[in-house]
Design a protein around this ligand. Structure first.
Ligand code: DC
Length: 234
């Protein structure tokens, strides 16, 4: 018998492998994967293109006025990998730049941006069967999620991974600068007034600094089976 579909919320710091586990779980379970960080990145890209988000400032008033014009969707590419669309345009590559990442970290501190994104995320999860990763999924977006994970990894390892990724892509990078950026984003994510990153009381914490991807996925799948078996009994 197919078990009842649930919501899986995965939160944690930037670059701690949330999306790898989330994608793996979604694939194994036939669930939909939603990358909530991509949504904040798409908002930042929209604001950059309109000239409302520069290195120095954000035109909050203009962004607020147009926030409901921003529609974000996800569609699988030819390889079945979900890609992000902003008002119908595929922006998956563009939203991964460092400029957009920094912009996302700034726009995600604004209450009206969070309100709109949380609303869109809740709509996406209303039929359950989703794995969503981010910073506030288990605390704000789906506080009732049946399964919650909170991932942590040392900043040095996260910076090393991000640095190697950039070098592989042929981008210019310095390890020290990447580490400083990781720490700066952690600070902003955990200290902002609106929905700061924190572990939900009922989330399982996993420090994956020394754990491989396969092992993490097995661990998460075991947890999923335990939770759904328990739900079936109740
Ligand atoms: O996970 P990411 O690096 O793609 O996220 C981009 C930014 O968006 C990051 O600075 C944190 C923010 N974010 C958030 O505030 N809430 C979420 N649920 C997901 C991401």
């Amino acid at each position: 018998m197919q078990s009842k579909r649930i919501i899986i919320a995965i939160d944690g710091y930037s670059s701690c492998g949330k999306s790898t586990i989330a994608r793996g779980l979604a694939k194994h379970l036939g669930y939909i994967y939603i990358d909530s960080g991509a949504m904040y990145r798409a908002v930042a890209l929209y604001a950059i293109r309109q000239g409302w988000l520069t290195e120095k400032e954000i035109d909050e008033e203009a962004l607020h006025r147009h926030i409901s014009d921003i529609h974000i969707t996800f569609n699988p590419n030819a390889h079945g990998v979900q890609e992000t669309y902003l008002n119908g345009e595929n922006v998956e590559r563009e939203i991964r730049s460092l400029q957009v990442a920094n912009g996302a970290s700034r726009v995600s501190t604004l209450a009206f941006v969070r309100r709109e994104m949380v609303h869109q995320q809740q709509e996406m999860g209303k039929n359950k069967g989703v794995v969503m990763d981010g910073r506030d999924i288990g605390t704000v977006v789906f506080p009732e999620a049946e399964m919650k994970l909170f991932l942590t990894t040392s900043p040095e390892i996260r910076a090393r991974r991000r640095f190697e990724e950039m070098i592989t892509k042929g981008e210019q990078a310095e390890y020290e600068a990447v580490l400083a950026n990781v720490k700066e984003r952690d600070l902003r994510d955990t200290t902002r007034t609106e929905s700061p990153l924190r572990k939900a009381d009922d989330a399982f914490e996993l420090d994956n600094t020394h754990i491989g991807v396969e092992e993490q996925l097995q661990w998460a799948l075991n947890m999923f089976h335990k939770i759904t078996a328990q739900n079936e009994q109740n």
